[in-house]
Design a binder for this molecule. Sequence first.
Ligand SMILES: *[C@@H]1O[C@H](CO)[C@@H](O)[C@H](O)[C@H]1NC(C)=O
Ligand SMILES: *[C@@H]1O[C@H](CO)[C@@H](O)[C@H](O)[C@H]1NC(C)=O
Ligand SMILES: *[C@@H]1O[C@H](CO)[C@@H](O)[C@H](O)[C@H]1NC(C)=O
Ligand SMILES: *[C@@H]1O[C@H](CO)[C@@H](O)[C@H](O)[C@H]1NC(C)=O
Length: 424
Amino acid sequence: MLTLLFYLLISLSNKHLQSLTLTQPKTLSHGFSLDLIHRYSLKSPFYNSSMTLRERYHSLALHSSSRHQHFNYLQAKASNFVTSLIPQNGDYLMKIAVGVPPVDLFVILDTSSDLMWIQCKPCDRCNKQSREMFDPNQSSAYETISCDSPFCPHIPQMQCDSFTNECQYWHTYGSRSSLTSGVMARDLFTLGTINSTFIFGCSLQEDEGFNPNAAGYIGLNGAQFSLISQLGVSNQFSYCLTPTNSNFTSKLRLGSHVIPRSQGAITTPLWARYLPSFYVITLTGVSIGHATLNTDRSIFIDTSSTFTYLDPSIYSGIEDAVRDAVGVEPIVRPPQPELSLCYDKKSGINTGPANMVFHFEGGEISLTSINMFIDLGDVLCLAIVPSEEDGDSMILGNVAQVNFEVEYDLDSRMVTFTPTNCYY
Ligand SMILES: *[C@@H]1O[C@H](CO)[C@@H](O)[C@H](O)[C@H]1NC(C)=O
Ligand SMILES: *[C@@H]1O[C@H](CO)[C@@H](O)[C@H](O)[C@H]1NC(C)=O
Ligand SMILES: *[C@@H]1O[C@H](CO)[C@@H](O)[C@H](O)[C@H]1NC(C)=O
Ligand SMILES: *[C@@H]1O[C@H](CO)[C@@H](O)[C@H](O)[C@H]1NC(C)=O
């Protein structure tokens, strides 16, 4: 019932989205960048030295799996689905500041959702965050969005509080019941060197299942209320992810940049046919060694899923080719049920086999062992896993994207992958 209500609201509000301009005056002539911090890296404010590598990857595997379910759900609902629900977890954090005077917050970046929301005091029914919670009363720039505001009718799952005349939001997460609700507000956000007013959800209530520790989420998909849509810079951004165990932070660049296109850069179109605000491209094949597996499938690019998910029919061909290339026997039972193919490092394998090539419409990228394998200390495991069945959503996960500048141009609807070293 609630789901039905949700779809009704979504489809109603979508009809009007095209006509509403939300963006700020285009005051930023050039882009700026922010650090992205992997939640389990040494740089993370939530780094827990007691966690073993296996525990970390187990937790990342659970996130990946919940993302995968979320994308399956989106894909199934594609025909009447434009704006997003927000999945629970994310692997990359960024530091922003909200309010006047600014209060530092660590939030999760989610390239596959649109709403920006942060926990606001008093938030009695919220998950604990490890730092001070944002207090709207302390910010001189904070104001709630009233029901009469032109934005209010466009907010997904909006409800008007008839007593306070405040515009409230109510978000569920995919097929699951997780929920955040609160009041829509605007305040000054400081992002690196710039500041600008944003509309965001001030969360006053959440059910469990949200990421503990973080102060909120920043949605960066192509929909109306996402960071990039509201920012008022040109509709371009890019990120460059470093390996999880690296001491260098990853980078997010917003606005236009002159990114040197080194040899090997390829550009592929974003799907317009369905889920236009998500980052979906076309995978035409995967090759490794002498094996080429052809397909013609959409694949979500996601920064919050660690693993890459492929159709089982493609995956099994990849697994065979990797086994052939590596040439030593894999571990009979991988240390975690989510993983399919693991090798004991004692058996002599250290870096994985030759490169694997992902063919997209318009070009191909070459994945090195850093993109293919995760290192659990004593074992190496393939970071590519099969979906339950052919036709489920496919995901290009964040391990596969390490050491590529992944650049999105939402006006021309193109994504460019430039192989590079992200340690800068
Ligand atoms: C850190 O990790 C250990 C091992 O998993 C866990 O028992 C502990 O609760 C964690 N501490 C925090 C603050 O999350
Ligand atoms: C926002 O940016 C402007 C221009 O850089 C600066 O003068 C102002 O102090 C900033 N405001 C806050 C609250 O940081
Ligand atoms: C914020 O101010 C309002 C009005 O003065 C008050 O009712 C509310 O309790 C305050 N909230 C917090 C978290 O202090
Ligand atoms: C990262 O820094 C830590 C602490 O300074 C050090 O122990 C570790 O070896 C470094 N890791 C890498 C991959 O350089």
